[in-house]
Write a protein that binds this ligand. Structure first.
Ligand code: SAM
Length: 267
């Protein structure tokens, strides 16, 4: 038993996993192996950390809460495959950990308030990452894994699926955590593509098109994209401007982004 006692803090999104069956199922989904390079975001009191280290993989953890640092150090500090970084994962430079393409395996039961910005931060280094396994709010996982045509399909689904294959692995109820969160959770696997299936000429233009398109998701593309592309340009990209943004697939958004690039380069 540790000499340190920790009370969960809401502002750090602390809901600690305590259900051994769920912890085991998550570890099985990750399937860490000796020699691999793992990073855990928000290890907390080490619910997942212990099993990750037990695999013999090399593990770096990034934890923001200063009070958890002595607990983690006491539990794992003497293991040769463990490194502890105190700090904000949103500002952490993941390129410090590896220079090998597709080598890092990132895992975490994430604080729900930072999950979307953290995924975007990690996607900036998508080429370094082999895969990511996260516990997230169930609704967020449904949006990540959504396909075109429904209400869940939007900016998050498109920008993440541009970079990654997404798998919704399983759901986890509030009872698996202490304290229990007010929402259901789910485990998602994100695997960055080695070769992008629909590469855009300029990734920033894809972000612009998707952001504007979904600003008013009930309107037609002709209306929502007015500030970027006119009706003719939309048609020239092979897209029906009378559709609503949620009816378009990733490939069509990339064609619109490329049209915007073409337009800006000839302006
Ligand atoms: N992994 C542990 C578990 O499953 O029991 C804890 C999960 S808890 C939902 C989220 C953890 O992330 C907490 O330990 C919290 O202190 C940490 N955290 C919160 N914000 C963070 C940030 N910006 N960077 C790194 N860690 C953060």
């Amino acid at each position: 038993m540790s000499e340190y006692q920790h009370r969960a803090r809401k502002r750090f999104g602390q809901n600690f996993l305590h259900d051994a069956g769920v912890i085991h199922r998550i570890l099985r989904g990750i399937h860490p192996r000796e020699g691999e390079r793992l990073v855990e975001i928000g290890p907390g009191q080490g619910a997942l950390t212990e099993g990750l280290l037990g695999s013999g993989a090399r593990l770096d953890v990034v934890e923001l809460d200063l009070d958890l640092i002595p607990i983690l150090r006491e539990r794992f500090g003497n293991l040769p495959n463990f490194s502890l970084h105190q700090g904000d994962a949103l500002k952490f430079d993941f390129t410090r950990l590896s220079d090998q393409p597709h080598s890092l395996r990132v895992v975490g039961n994430l604080p729900y308030n930072i999950s979307t910005p953290l995924i975007f931060h990690l996607l900036d280094h998508a080429g370094l990452i082999r895969d990511m396994h996260f516990m997230l709010q169930k609704e967020v996982v449904e949006r990540l894994a959504a396909g075109p045509g429904g209400g869940d399909w939007g900016r998050l689904s498109i920008m993440v699926q541009y970079h990654c294959r997404v798998e919704h692995l399983f759901n986890v109820g509030p009872g698996a955590f202490n304290p229990p969160p007010k929402v259901d959770s789910a485990i998602v696997r994100l695997v960055p593509h080695e070769v992008l299936p629909f590469p855009a000429r300029d990734h920033r233009q894809l972000e612009r098109v998707v952001r504007d398109a979904f600003n008013q998701r009930r309107k037609t593309l002709r209306n929502t994209l007015k500030g970027l592309l006119d009706a003719q340009a939309i048609e020239a990209a092979g897209v029906d401007g009378s559709l609503r943004p949620e009816q378009l697939d990733l490939a069509a958004f990339v064609r619109l982004a490329d049209k915007l690039c073409e337009q800006t380069s000839t302006a």
